[in-house]
Design a protein around this ligand. Structure first.
Ligand code: QAP
Ligand code: CO
Length: 168
C-alpha cells in the first residue's frame, strides 16, 4: 500500500479528462487500494484518480461512519432521472479548507464496474448521489468550485495559491 500525492486547485492537471479503464486487472486494483488508503489518511469520503494525477476513470468512496465500507467505481456513468435538485454542502480533498453549498440532481442511476470488473447499477440519493456526481466531475476535469460565482472561485484560488507559496 502507498500514500499518493493529492493535486490541489488550481493545478491544471485537475482539468484533464480521464480515459476509460480498459480492463480491471491487478494494477487497477492496486491503484484503487492506494487511493483508498490515501483517502482514509486524508479523512475524505471520496477520491477520483484524476486527483492523484492518474487519468483513468476510477473513483473510490466510503460514506460509512466507521470507514469500513469502501466502494470502487470503475468507468462510472450516471443518468439523471428527473429534474429535481437538492442543495448540499460540498468539500474536496483538492480544495482543502473550503466548503460551499451546490445544487445537483437528486435522483440518478449509476452504472459502473466494481473492483472485480463486474458491472452493477445503483439508484443512489442523498449524500451518495451528490458524492458520485462530484467524483465523476473530477474524471471530466471539473471541480465543485466551477459551480460557484467567479468572485467566490477567485477568492478560493488566491487563498490556495498563497498557501502553496507559503505553507503554514
Ligand atoms: C467529495 O470530498 C464530497 O477541505 C469528497 O480540509 C464532499 O472527501 C462530496 C476533505 C462532500 C459531497 C459532499 C476536505 C478533507 C474531504 C477538506 C472529501 C479538508 C479535509 C473532502
Ligand atoms: Co473532490
Amino acid at each position: 500500500m502507498a500514500l499518493l500525492n493529492i493535486l490541489e486547485f488550481p493545478d491544471a492537471r485537475l482539468r484533464t479528462v480521464a480515459k476509460p479503464v480498459a480492463d480491471v486487472d491487478d494494477q487497477i486494483r492496486t491503484l484503487a487500494d492506494d487511493m483508498l488508503e490515501t483517502m482514509y489518511h486524508a479523512q475524505g469520503i471520496g477520491l477520483a484518480a484524476t486527483q492523484v494525477n492518474v487519468h483513468l476513470r476510477l473513483v473510490v468512496m466510503d460514506l460509512s461512519e466507521a470507514g469500513d465500507q469502501p466502494m470502487v467505481l470503475i468507468n462510472p456513468e450516471i443518468e439523471v432521472l428527473d429534474d429535481q435538485t437538492c442543495p448540499h454542502q460540498e468539500g474536496c480533498l483538492s480544495v482543502p479548507g473550503f466548503y460551499e453549498t451546490i445544487q445537483r440532481p437528486e435522483h440518478i442511476r449509476l452504472s459502473a464496474r466494481d473492483r472485480d470488473g463486474n458491472p452493477f447499477e445503483l439508484l443512489p440519493d442523498g449524500l451518495l448521489a451528490v458524492c458520485i456526481q462530484h467524483e465523476i466531475d473530477h474524471l471530466d476535469g471539473k471541480l465543485f468550485v466551477d459551480y460557484l460565482s467567479p468572485i467566490k472561485r477567485q477568492r478560493i484560488r488566491s487563498k490556495l495559491e498563497k498557501l502553496h507559496r507559503h505553507p503554514d
